[in-house]
Design a protein around this ligand. Structure first.
Ligand SMILES: NC(=O)c1ccc[n+]([C@@H]2O[C@H](COP(=O)([O-])OP(=O)(O)OC[C@H]3O[C@@H](n4cnc5c(N)ncnc54)[C@H](O)[C@@H]3O)[C@@H](O)[C@H]2O)c1
Length: 464
């Protein structure tokens, strides 16, 4: 298969965007001193200690106990809400879906029933009785209502409504008043700050015992956080658990345990624009569009380049069509507003296509033409700042959330950090693009001779 492109190395040019800023992570520095084995042992020890601490704290706390989520309410029965309700019901939890519109609840029920049948057929193959039993049992755990008060008595309430700050805030303020004290509140937002959404929430995990070593005036006790699922929820294995600035440790641990209980691999990220997956996909996708706009390479060749050269499951144009060009434009706008990073500046070609109604698969045409029109497909996108998430979580996010064969930091170690540094310098020189500016941790690691796999240590440590 032949590829033609004007600038030197198409694959490098695109894939560098996904790892270059990521290597500037503080936790990555910590990981860099450990072998994989040591890292796992350390994680295990830390987990055991954290669990012991949680058990101790639980005895003195009025909050939901770890793993105690048995009843879940999902507010918003659309694309995401119906998927979240399905995975919780499949895991044996009782679920209430609340939506404003009865017809959307009906649609959600139909879609859940169809999806459950698909799951059951995969598990039980031709055993019709077992298939029927599974669907019936899981489906019987789901109730629906248009009245929010029918859903407030739950251990966990997840919001998956329209992506508007004031609407979400209003809902959470109401839920905070109506829901029992132990209920954990969570948002599935993909682009709004968790701290901003929860600004009016008052519920806290109160420590009522006599534990003199736990600072009672510590602010980090809120029973609210982010649970960011990926679309389609029943299929995508990743769940980003977002730690707002004031989340209590116990609420966070309960969210992680709950995510695991519904079959997801959970990673943790601070309340930072786009969290992990979308933050990393944005610049990658934007740079791909700009390459095409400049005429550096055809969209077909860029897609082939990233699939065959970087092992990605979809090329950037296929991905943009799948998520929707309107959503891509919206995400760019939000990210520019939040980060000020020019990598997210508007892309005229994208704006023009959206104005012409070319939105990707859902409208029948985007970068490619499609025979079938799929309604309601949405997007995600984007770089990472120091300490937003651990190196391991960033790599897991991109593998499970975006289907990448290797995480960006694993890839950086694999390619060699000295090579990355050299590529950055060349790219900055040739393009003047801020995305290629020097990365402090990369410079430091290279300065210390930590070059990745080949030297035995880079972002991670390797057994020789
Ligand atoms: N679509 C995705 O790929 C995706 C991925 C991750 C996160 N998210 C986030 O999930 C949330 C929902 O997205 P979606 O794609 O499911 O949207 P959607 O439009 O499919 O569904 C939203 C639902 O919420 C209902 N709703 C709106 N206001 C409500 C209220 N006050 N009370 C009860 N119901 C209300 C609507 O009737 C609708 O059924 C958004 O915050 C979005 O950013 C979306």
């Amino acid at each position: 298969m032949l590829l033609s492109y004007r600038t030197s190395d198409l694959t490098w040019r695109l894939s560098i965007l996904t790892y270059l800023v990521s290597v500037s992570l503080t936790p990555a520095r910590r990981c860099a001193r450990l072998t994989r084995h040591q890292f796992r042992r350390l994680s295990l020890t830390v987990n055991i200690k954290m669990n012991k601490l949680s058990v101790l704290k639980r005895a003195f706390s009025s909050s939901t106990s770890l793993n105690a989520v048995k009843t879940v309410t999902v507010v918003g029965g659309g694309l995401m809400g119906s998927g979240i309700a399905q995975v919780a019901a499949q895991a044996g939890q009782n679920v209430t879906i609340v939506d404003l519109q009865p017809e959307l609840l009906e649609k959600a029920q139909k879609s859940i029933q169809n999806n459950l049948t698909r799951v059951a057929k995969k598990v039980h193959k031709d055993d019709a009785a077992k298939v029927e039993g599974f669907v019936k049992e899981s489906f019987s755990r789901i109730k629906v209502s248009t009245n929010i008060e029918d859903g407030v008595n739950a251990d966990l309430i997840i919001e998956a409504i329209v992506e508007k700050l004031d609407v979400k805030q209003e809902l959470f303020n109401k839920l905070d008043l109506l829901a029992p004290e132990h209920t954990i509140l969570a948002s599935n937002t993909s682009s709004i700050s968790i701290n901003e959404i929860g600004a009016g929430i008052k519920r806290k995990d109160s420590i009522v015992g006599n534990l003199t070593h736990i600072p009672l005036n510590h602010v980090s006790y809120f029973r609210f956080g982010g649970l960011h699922f990926f679309n389609p929820v029943p299929i995508m294995r990743l769940l980003e658990v977002i730690k707002g600035d004031h989340i209590s440790e116990e609420t966070y641990q309960t969210m992680m345990a709950w995510g695991k209980s519904v079959g997801k691999t959970c990673i943790t990220c601070k309340d930072t624009p786009g969290f992990v997956v979308n933050r990393l996909l944005g610049p990658y996708s934007a740079e791909a569009l700009r390459m095409y706009e400049r005429g550096d390479a055809s969209k077909e060749d860029i897609d082939i380049g990233m699939k065959l050269g970087a092992g990605y499951p979809m090329g950037p144009f296929e991905l943009a069509d799948y998520t929707g060009l309107d959503t891509n434009k919206f995400v760019l706008q939000v990210m520019l507003e939040k980060t000020g990073d020019p990598v997210f500046r508007p892309i005229p070609m994208l704006d023009k296509m959206v104005a012409e109604g070319k939105l990707g698969i859902k409208s029948g045409e985007g970068f490619y033409k499609y025979k079938k029109v799929y309604p309601g497909l949405r997007a995600r996108t984007y770089t990472i700042r120091s300490g937003d998430a651990s190196a391991r979580d960033i790599d897991t996010a991109m593998k499970l959330g975006a289907g990448y064969p290797m995480g960006p930091l694993e890839l950086a170690d694999f390619t060699g950090l000295d090579n990355k540094k050299a590529i950055l310098a060349v790219m900055l020189d040739k393009t003047g693009h801020t995305a290629f500016r020097p990365v402090a941790i990369l410079d430091r690691l290279v300065g210390q001779g930590k070059l990745g796999r080949k030297s035995g240590e880079g972002i991670y440590k390797y057994d020789k």
